[in-house]
Structures are given as C-alpha cells and as structure tokens.
Design a protein. Structure first.
Length: 530
C-alpha cells in the first residue's frame, strides 16, 4: 500500500460501511421498497436476503477480501444486487462498460487484476475473445435475467485462487478516461460512496416519502450513488433500462418519481421531444440535480417541466464538490456551478500555483471530504493529481468573492461527448496502431446535441493526404478496438503536424484560425466530406 493510501486510511473518520447500512435498514424497515425495475419490486428485506445469498456463493467460489470482481451487466435488478453482494463479500467491484471494445476491455481487466467476471450472457462472446490477453481472469459467471428477479450464478470456467491486494476499505475500482492513455482506475471507498450520497440527500432534502429514478448505466457511478442514497434516505430507486427521451417523463409519471439526477446531453434530448403537458407536468418531481445544465435552456427546462433544476459539480476522483442551493432561484440560466458543499474547500490558482483574485480564471483545486484514495497502480499520476493536500481538477473556473464558481475551460486533454469522458490520447493510440498511419491528434468539436464530438487529424505514413486508406477504414478499425462513443465522428488528413519544442503535436496551433472545425472533415454521421 502506498504511503498516501496509508495516510488517507488513518485520516478517515469512523463511518458505517455499505453492508452495515443495508443490515441496519433491513432491521428497522425490512418491508420498505428499495429497488424497482420494469414492474418487479424488491423490499429492503428482499435485497438483504439476495445479497447475503450471493455473497455466500462468491465465498464458495473462492472470492476473498480484496479480490476484484468485474461486473458486465445491463441495467436491471441484477446489477445493484451483484454490486452489493461483492461489497458484502469484502471484495472489490470493477465495473465494465458493455460498450467496451476488445482493447479497452482487456486493459481494464488486466489493470484491475480481476479474477472473476459476472456478466450478462450477451457479453460472453466478447469476454471470451479477450481472455487470452487477460490471464488473471479465472472464471466468468453468467447472470441470466429472470422475470421474477435475478437468477443464480452460473459458472462457465474453473476455480479461482485468492489474490487479495487492495485494502479492504476499497469497494470499487472505478475506471475513468485518463489524459495520457487508457482509462485509469480510481480506488473508491465505503466513505466515498456514503458521503456522495449523503451530500445529495442534504442538497435536495430527500426522505422516505420520496422516489428516486436513474436512467444512467450502472457501470457509470451515478446509478451506484443513487442506490446508496436510497438506502440512506429509506426511499425506493426506480431503474430504467436506459435513457429514452421519448419515454422518460412517462416513466417519471407512472412511478411517482420525486427526484432524479441527469448529465450531459439528457436535458437537450428531452427538450427536443414534442411537448406533452399532460405527461410532462403531471408528475411529483420536486428536485432535479444536473451536471452541465445548458445555461441558455435552464429557464425553459424549469418552465416546461414545472420543477426546479440545480447544478452540481464533481468527478469520479472527487465525488461532489460544488452545488447550487435550491433556494437560489436567481442562479437559473447563470451557468454557475455552485459553492463548495460542506466539508470541502477550494482554491483557484494560476500556472505557478498562486491563488488568483476573484473574477480571474484559474485552475480549480479542492481538499476535504471523501475522495478517491489513489489511481490504481499509478503512484506518479496520483502524486500529480494531489499535491500538498490539494486535488487538481484540471478545470479552469472563475470564482466570485463568495467562492461561487463558473467553468470556463479545462487543462486536461479530454473530450466530453454526451456525458462520457474520452481521453484524446487513448483514441490517438489506437488509430496510430493502424499500419497506414504515422501520427494522430484528436480534438473536441463543439456539438449542440452531444456537447462535443471527437475529431481526429491523421497524418499517413506517406506524409500525403492522398488516399491509401479511407476514413471509413480508419473508423472501422477504431470501432473494433474502442467503445462506440470513443470512435471519432470527424476525420481530416494532414500532410504534417505543427510541433512544440519538445516535439509534441501543438494542438492549439493545429486548430488556430479554424472557426468551424468540421470544415474539410469526413463526417461519419453522413458518410461524406464536408
């Protein structure tokens, strides 16, 4: 264990674990509904019974404290039950994005050291194709959906030797796109998930009379903290199979939902739907939290749907950092991200690390509260993320005299497409492996619907933009290696790249003077050059 993790463990205040929360809730309110999916409802007592049984099955399979268990499952009852069972077995959850290609899937399995994978049968063929590159994976168990609830574990492989290494305090290795390559695993603890859920409960004033809904995938962090939130608040969580703009408000209405959290382009997709006041206004929603509310549409969202929307800011590494109180109606449409939540402190600094005056842009730093322990297996990356006790967000903000922040840009070489973070370096690395490609530079292209799209500037081995390889071939190549959301929408060939003195591609110079980054590109959405 690294010195930073040891120091962090000593500093963590006493706090119940997630299994302890489940046991306490099942003791005091076993009949209260906790999970609901497509007409099937589970009480807290139901969940406790199933989780305990699954944890015993994991123990029988040889899973021990600290072993990593990967989950590759669609939204449904199986995912939160499996997540809670792994945690109750004192093992570590490794969420797998079902959209992963062979390259990013193999990286996460190898990097995490996962020994067991619990997967929906639909993903077994993909998993088997990458097993040769993942020798530490000793068993895959299929979890087959069942109309009456989750089915038992079904083994399709051999026994597992135990190789516990992360500290028992860690419950999740949550992978997030890194700025210098493949996804990085964030070591997240019981305290992290509980504090994130509790902060959201306090911001919204939620309790047993409320009903939460999640449409986000469980491999992402939002549905998980929503589950812990409902466990704490004593309220049910309605799980949707996926986000559907056309069905969303009908699901909200039918399930008596009072709270939901959304991200990315979800608000814009909702606003593009035909207005239906009989559904959109006939609901019980009283609180909506959202990251990245489009400022120009904020007032319209509240007017159309008849409920308040407030901004929250955080990250996988940090949890919840900033929020806008629901009492601050003047914030609507202002674009502010909010002030620090209780227990958090912030600074806004220049490149030298000196604090800047109010109103001057700088990088947002924060400390306090429950954050990730470290990047898994990356001590240098961890040290760069947290210096002198302050976590560096990589986001450029302007703060006023009351520490209310507004985002103005980012230092990270990241692209945010439809709520997903994409590391430019990861896409560049995959495309650069194509035998016809010499170098690649990926940049973000502003997009009204998805926030940003990925554009790849490609220098071919010949150094010419003639056509020995087509953009369709490059995109198909990337699609075999990467999750679909990471595959570039735009391709542009260049003869050469501008370089920095250190011989890195100078991306600011590359795109300078281009008012429309789409011009001159191949657009995969219409299969044509622009």
């Amino acid at each position: 264990m690294s010195p930073m993790v040891e120091e962090r463990n000593r500093a963590t205040r006493p706090m119940p674990t997630i299994p302890e929360l489940l046991r306490e809730r099942s003791r005091t309110a076993p009949e209260r509904e906790l999970l609901r999916f497509e007409g099937v409802s589970l009480t807290v007592g139901d969940v406790r019974e199933k989780v305990d049984r699954w944890a015993r099955e994991l123990d029988a399979l040889g899973i021990r404290s600290g072993d990593r268990v990967a989950l590759m499952l669609p939204n449904g009852l199986e995912y939160p039950l499996a997540w809670l069972a792994v945690v109750s077995a004192d093992a570590v959850v490794v969420p797998l994005n079902p959209g992963y290609g062979e390259s990013d899937l193999a990286h996460v399995l190898r990097d995490s050291g996962a020994r067991l994978v619990l997967a929906d049968p639909a993903y077994l063929d993909l998993l088997k194709r990458v097993l040769l590159a993942c020798p530490e994976v000793d068993r895959i168990c299929a979890l087959e959906p069942n109309a009456e609830g989750p089915a038992p574990l079904h083994s399709v492989s051999a026994e597992i030797p135990s190789t516990a290494t992360p500290p028992a305090e860690v419950v999740t290795i949550q992978y997030t796109s890194g700025t210098t390559g493949f996804p990085k695993g964030c070591l997240l603890t019981h305290g992290y998930w509980i504090e994130l859920a509790e902060a959201s409960r306090e911001i919204c004033g939620l309790g047993p009379d409320d009903v939460a809904l999640t449409a986000q995938p469980f491999y992402y962090m939002d549905a998980v903290w929503n589950t812990v939130l409902c466990l704490i608040a004593g309220m049910p969580l309605v799980i949707l199979p996926r986000f559907s703009a056309s069905r969303f408000w009908k699901s909200v209405q039918e399930n008596g939902v009072t709270f939901f959290y959304c991200i990315g382009t979800m608000p814009l997709f909702l606003l593009k739907q035909p207005e239906a006041p009989s559904v959109e206004r006939a609901h019980r929603v009283r609180r909506v939290l959202c990251s990245g509310i489009p400022a120009e549409h904020h007032a319209r969202l509240e007017e159309r749907y008849g409920c308040p929307w407030r901004e929250v800011y955080g990250s996988t590494e940090l949890g919840c950092v900033l929020s806008v109180p629901f009492s601050e109606t003047a914030s609507v449409g202002s674009g502010v991200m909010g002030r620090p939540v209780p227990g958090r402190q912030i600074r806004v600094v220049d490149e030298a690390g000196d604090e800047v005056p109010a109103g001057v842009p700088g990088e947002l730093l924060t400390r306090g509260g429950e954050t990730m322990l470290a990047y898994h297996g990356l001590p240098e990356e961890t040290a760069g993320w947290k210096k002198d006790g302050w976590a560096h967000t990589g986001d450029l903000v302007i703060a006023d005299e009351e520490s209310c922040c507004r985002i103005v840009g980012r230092l990270k070489d990241m692209i945010r497409r439809g709520g997903e973070n994409i590391a430019a370096a990861e896409v560049e690395a995959v495309l650069s492996d194509h035998p016809a490609v010499r170098a690649v530079a990926c940049v973000a292209v502003p997009d009204e619907e998805r926030g940003e799209e990925v554009k790849a500037y490609v220098q071919l081995q010949s150094g010419a933009s003639a056509d020995p390889v087509s953009p369709e071939e490059l995109l198909a190549y990337a699609g075999r290696k990467l999750a679909a959301f990471k595959v570039p929408r735009y391709i542009q060939f260049v003869d050469e790249f501008p370089l920095t003195p250190s011989q890195r591609i100078a991306k600011p110079q590359l795109i300078a003077g281009q008012p429309d980054l789409r011009a001159g590109s191949y657009d995969a959405s219409i299969r044509s050059w622009l």
